[in-house]
Design a protein around this ligand. Structure first.
Ligand code: ADP
Ligand code: GLC
Length: 491
């Protein structure tokens, strides 16, 4: 499992790239950003690119890494940041995952909650310090990146520091890329002592810089100061330039469209592989589906449903937030008795969503079940044991859940938005498809597609056609890794 990167496999002509991300699957993952930072660099390493990752060692992460059997090397030199008049140091712990060097930074700054519920000058500090320490990494290693690849607002300070903090003048010829995984979160807070603490030149506090309606907006600052902006699907790249869908950055994104590119996410197809998944009671593949029944029975038992039930199981593994369509899911669940399916959810997030589903499940304990919390093995069982995957998102930059679901033979019912519209094709469209889609964000629209899926399920031959189509799709990083490689070279 633990391998060292071989210098023979690295293409000397390719730029050296440091991924700067606050999540890294499977050790510190909240959602898809963690999956991407955990899997795209591995695909780039396979293409011979010298890529490394730096990420904070949030509480418990180093223990999980060690428990997974990785050999951890602590570097003799620490990295440091100068913030709010103090020098903040972090120890650097290196592991190698399938040839990918990963540096975990350990400091008191990363000892709290991963993402603060409220952003202000104080709670933003770990993210500012993390970016500064990422820029300092080359002083602790014998390796200096040509490109810093940042992800979302949590590492958006890095391009801003390169552009507007004189301390990093020496690095100003280095390039940066920011990938927008979700424009709904921008890192907005009141400036207060921000400029004095961060050393960022206050002259960038203007509409063409880091300022946003009188506040600091880290994501906006990064978009304007970075060399290239990518987002996680072609459709979302277009949507975020239009007024309706972009939480007010559409003008900025439209003005920067010359450097904006939508590159579809992939998944780690070795990790997400139903024929070789140690978290499942039995494996299966598109050619031999028997094991999916064993997963189904196990899932029914876990949900305390009748294990002999043969009707459709609708599943969803998701953050319980408005983005994922719970506004339209909850009214549909009120009609659960008429739908002819059982529903199993796994997720955590907003209390009101959790409480509403729990309340309904108490009244329909034979057909509705909610598992709360973050549970990786259970997520695998749900993807494998389900029949229909519900993903009626309000907006969806890419979405990985529908890709995983299809790979596990669980057919998505999805809204035609963002990356869902780039990956799910309606089974009733000309030429057939891999799922069931709808356009308008309302319960009736969603139910129209869900009912079509439930009806199709009762025809095993027709169902198998839709399911097989999804299972055979190529959702690996292959094609997209080529596009990232090109982008690094072009900038
Ligand atoms: P987002 O990043 O917006 O949350 P994605 O579909 O891109 O949505 O990725 C979500 C990822 O997080 C998937 O890998 C999904 O399986 C995982 N996930 C979400 N909630 C949970 C949970 N409660 N337990 C385990 N995995 C989860
Ligand atoms: C975000 C988005 C999701 C995307 C993921 C990985 O969390 O909400 O759509 O798949 O990032 O890029």
């Amino acid at each position: 499992m633990v391998t060292r990167q071989s210098s023979k496999t690295v293409k000397p002509s390719s730029p050296k790239v440091l991924f700067v991300g606050t999540e890294f699957a499977p050790f510190s993952k909240v959602g898809g950003l963690g999956d991407v930072v955990g899997s795209l660099p591995k695909a780039l390493v396979k293409r011979g690119i010298d890529v490394r990752v730096v990420t904070p060692a949030w509480p418990g992460v180093l223990k999980t890494v060690k428990d997974a059997g990785h050999e951890v090397t602590t570097l003799p030199q620490k990295v440091s940041a100068s913030y709010a008049g103090a020098v903040v140091e972090a120890s650097v712990h290196r592991i190698d995952v399938d040839g990918l060097p990963v540096y975990f930074l350990e400091s008191d700054y990363y000892a709290g909650e991963m993402y603060p519920p409220l952003l202000n000058n104080f709670t933003v500090r770990p993210f500012m310090v993390f970016c500064m320490q990422a820029l300092d990494l080359e002083n602790a290693t014998d390796w200096s990146p040509d490109v810093f690849h940042c992800h979302d607002w949590t590492s958006a300070a890095l391009p801003c520091l390169l552009a507007w903090n004189r301390q990093y003048g020496e690095l100003s010829s280095r390039k940066s890329v920011i990938t927008l995984h979700n424009v709904a979160h921008q890192g907005i807070f009141h400036p207060g002592p921000f400029f004095a603490e961060s050393g960022i030149d206050p002259s960038c506090f203007n509409p063409w810089g880091i300022e946003f309606y009188g506040q600091i907006n880290l994501l906006k600052g990064a978009i304007l100061s970075t060399s290239a902006v990518t987002t996680v699907s072609p459709r979302y790249a277009w949507e975020i330039q239009t007024y309706e869908s972009t939480q007010e950055l559409s003008g900025v994104l439209y003005s920067q469209r010359h450097k904006l590119q939508g590159i579809l996410n992939g998944i780690d197809v070795e990790y997400w592989d139903p024929s070789n998944d140690s978290m499942l009671p039995e494996g299966y593949s598109v050619k031999s589906m028997g094991g999916k029944d064993a997963c189904r029975v196990e899932l029914l038992k876990r949900a305390s449903f009748d294990p002999d039930y043969t009707g459709p199981i609708v599943v969803c593994v998701s953050r319980l937030v408005e983005q994922k369509g719970f506004d339209i899911i909850l009214p549909a669940l009120e009609q659960i008795n008429d739908l002819g399916a059982k529903f199993i959810f796994l997720g955590s997030g907003h209390r009101w969503i959790e409480d509403t589903i729990k309340g309904m499940a108490a009244n329909h304990s034979d057909s509705l079940c909610l598992f709360t919390g973050f549970n990786e093995p259970l997520a695998h069982l749900i993807y494998a044991g389900g029949d229909i995957y519900l993903m009626p998102s309000l907006f969806e930059p890419c979405g990985l859940s529908q890709l995983i679901a299809m790979r596990y033979g669980t057919v998505p019912v999805a809204r035609e938005v963002g990356g869902l519209s780039d990956t799910v094709v309606d089974a009733d469209a000309e030429g057939g498809g891999n799922g069931f889609t709808f356009l308008t964000y309302d319960t009736q629209g969603m139910l129209w597609s869900l009912r079509r899926a439930i009806e199709r399920f009762s025809d095993p031959k027709a169902w198998s056609k839709v399911r097989s189509k999804g299972m055979k799709e190529d959702f690996s990083w292959g094609k997209s890794a080529v596009l990232y490689e090109k982008l690094y070279k072009n900038i």
